[in-house]
Ligand binder design. Structure first.
Ligand code: C2E
Ligand code: MG
Ligand code: MG
Ligand code: MG
Length: 280
């Protein structure tokens, strides 16, 4: 029987698997230790409105410094943190950092920039998740609509009722919700109806092909679907000016990608905003 062990799917025992599990366990131990030592960082990647050419906000992205100048990819450590449940505490820390950052931005005169935060399934399953988010937003005097939660289809599919209920409560409080990596999961259309969404994030996979013959069709379809059901759309992973031109032509509202800006430490954010638009 296929079994899931620390994110490794396997059918038959192989010595390499034991090695891999040991490796992952030691990485998890290191992650727990570094998190306790406050070594994780939250970086921010700006999101640009195509109509006004202004920054509307940014996505908060975890960074785990390894060696100086080197980071362990979230694609590696987030699954570990999810598997172990550590993501619940890390996730609260991320939310607190984001709220603190929103408060600070507001004090610096950027009172309408939003921050999007990624949320994993174990967080929804943890007790008092909704209350902790609402308390955090209140404690840092954040305007609720400036905090956006990003969820993936796999999160919803896991336990739709728990997620939908929680999001509905957060939404009633004024917090925004985006569906991340849209189109690469399953049952997207079904959940589009049930989830209290504000924004669709077109997955990078559909952005990377837009300049190829026929490669724009899925992104275009997602953008027009978003429009028709009244959701804002943002294209992820825009890397070239050619991609940007096609995306813009589709009527997509916003873009996020290396072409415009890479994720950056909080300390560089103000400077970036000043340089790009002279203010917030
Ligand atoms: P995501 O939420 O879809 O985040 C977007 C990812 O695309 C980020 O990768 C970002 O750095 C990358 N990206 C942005 N623009 C471009 C581009 O133009 N080209 C390319 N090649 N990549 C681009 P990152 O930071 O490595 O994060 C990977 C994933 O890890 C995220 O995907 C998200 O699922 C997860 N993650 C990151 N931070 C958190 C967090 O605080 N909590 C949770 N639960 N998950 C997180
Ligand atoms: Mg995201
Ligand atoms: Mg994404
Ligand atoms: Mg992702």
């Amino acid at each position: 029987k296929a079994k899931k062990t620390l994110g490794v799917h396997h059918q038959y025992y192989q010595p390499e698997m034991a090695e891999e599990v040991t490796e992952r366990l030691s990485l998890l131990r290191k992650l727990r230790a570094d998190f306790a030592l406050d070594k994780l960082q939250l970086w921010y990647q700006p999101q640009l409105c195509l109509k006004s050419n202004t920054v509307m906000g940014m996505e908060a992205l975890l960074r785990w410094p390894h060696q100086p100048g080197h980071f362990i990819s979230p694609a590696v450590f987030i699954p570990l943190a999810e598997y172990s449940g550590l993501i619940v505490d890390i996730g609260l820390w991320v939310l607190e950092q984001a709220c603190r950052q929103l408060q600070q931005l507001s004090q610096q005169g950027c009172s309408e920039l939003r921050i999007a935060v990624n949320v994993s399934m174990p967080q929804f399953r943890s007790p008092h998740f909704v209350k902790s988010v609402i308390d955090m937003v209140s404690r840092y005097q954040v305007k609720p609509y400036l905090l956006e939660l990003e969820i993936t289809e796999s999160v919803v599919m896991d336990e739709p009722k728990i997620v939908i209920d929680a999001l509905q409560k957060l939404k009633n409080f004024g917090i925004k919700v985006a569906i991340d990596d849209f189109g690469i999961g399953f049952s997207s259309l079904n959940y589009l109806q049930q989830l209290p969404l504000d924004r669709i994030k077109v997955d990078r996979a559909f952005v990377s092909t837009v300049t190829q013959p026929g490669g724009n069709l899925i992104a275009e379809t997602i953008v027009s679907l978003g429009k028709r059901i009244g959701l804002s759309t943002i294209a992820e992973g825009v890397e070239t000016a050619e991609q940007l031109a096609v995306i813009k032509n589709m009527g997509c509202d916003e873009v996020q990608g290396f072409l415009f800006a890479k994720p950056m430490p909080a300390a560089e954010l103000m400077q970036f905003l000043l340089k790009h638009q002279g203010s917030c």
